[in-house]
Design a protein around this ligand. Sequence first.
Ligand code: HXC
Length: 515
Amino acid sequence: MENLEKIEQLRSIKNVMESGGDPRKVEAQHAKGKFTARERIEQLVDEGSFIEFDSFMTCRATEFNMESKRFYGDGVVTGTALIEGRQVWISSQDFTVLGGSLGEQHAERIARVQQKAIETKSPFIQINDSGGARIQEGVYSLDGYGKIFRNNILASGVIPQFSLIMGPCAGGAAYSPALTDFIYMVDSISQMYITGPDVIKAVTGESVTHQELGGAKAHGKKSGNIHFTHENEQSAFAHLRKLISYLPLNNMEIPPLADPADPPESTQIIEKIMGEKSTKAYDVHLVIQELFDKDSFLEVQKDFAQNIVVGFARLAGRTVGIVANQPRFLSGTLDIDSSDKGARFIRFCDAFNIPVTTFVDVPGYMPGTKQEFGGIIRHGAKMLYAIGEATVPKIAVVLRKAFGGAYIAMASRSLGYDRVLALPTSEIAVMGAEGAANIIFRKDIAQSSDPNQTRLEKIEELKRKSTNPYISASSGMVDTILDPTEIRSSLIRSVESLSNKVENRPEKKHGNMPL
Ligand code: HXC
């Protein structure tokens, strides 16, 4: 072959490589409202920044007629790119090639970019659209998953990892996303489950559709397996770019400073809310909006365990993690799901040097047999563990109620909060004065000639002597009591002053978090 022919040959190979599978399969992909693996990468990253790795690799299997099914890249596109000028590593499964199924070489390509992401300490993003383990390759496929899982685990806490589910993600394939930090799903085109509707029907007799079982709504609201739900792929890509802008590239960096910081509008909503009766529900989003840089709140898992609100926001340009009780749902109690949600978020923040701010209005852990039998002790302990373990700056703002074990999780100096700021409307105690009066003054109330009056007097006495924040402040459990107008400036100064905090811990392999 002449040299010029060799160059032509390479060009034609590259054309084939870049066209993915059969054109009819590409059409079918588009008809479902899905982009191809390469189109997805193009939309996600800075224009022209993607460099593909290992694009000539092909399947090596020979059984089941696989020799006739050789595709360059083996059904996945992998490489590195920039997002707002910062490096990331990507794999994007190509459903038009063998249904994006994962065989030996397909897995090897993904594992290699994961390894490079770890070595270069930059985030890993996987776009999943796959029929799962490639059946023809048997144990080689399973071995490939094992490599990917192991890399997910090695990367955990070192670099942020993101999964975008944009098609089927069934069986063991769902476990790689589950081992990453944030999972996106696009509504109606994606399904994620361990066993599908047919198996469920055969084993348990239940009838359920693919979407009901494993769609974005099921995981966003019920299972809590995912973090973000989007209507279409473009919206998910734009959101991931935004999320990455809040985060450091790895655990050795601090998050980037946003410039310029845009302060929130002054609405005096906190003062209005706190002026109401302490039993009145309100939306804690309004509190967050008034305190953090304008429109900077990026909520995580917004539809799951809505009794706690978690997410990232900026405070004078710095990234902070927010964990806030939400009185609008279940009175803001900590239950099994909200404890899991809060603890996982806190651990992410701690791993990636993001200060944590809590907003506290919590009557306690959730009572009930469902909670007790479901393991609220074990799950609730996760919140305690996550906060106690975290060495990043931890600042609590007590808005109203901070009762019992939930006070310890959300706002206690003893568990390691660096600053505890309280509004004058705070009540900090083992339980609310009303409940407490019924227990410790039961006899006085029963024997009184006017039980109602005695009860009210005892409640007042408890508030005066025990629950009000000046008592907590006088003992040093609360740093200071703030006017609502001072919270933002106090938070900014607290985060700034604690930014160089170093907290040493006894050496150990790892703790044994209650799971
Ligand atoms: C090999 C596969 C495949 C697989 C799909 N294909 N899944 N090839 N191994 N796992 C191929 C199909 O044969 C077909 O090839 C092409 O991909 C497109 O598939 P279709 O079925 O035509 O597409 P669609 O109708 O959209 O259905 C998509 C699907 C379905 C729902 C994903 O293909 C399906 O149910 N696949 C099997 C899913 C599954 O059970 N996977 C194993 C999960 S267990 P042709 O050549 O005809 O176009 C698992 C274990 C991992 O993954 C364990 C890790 C620890």
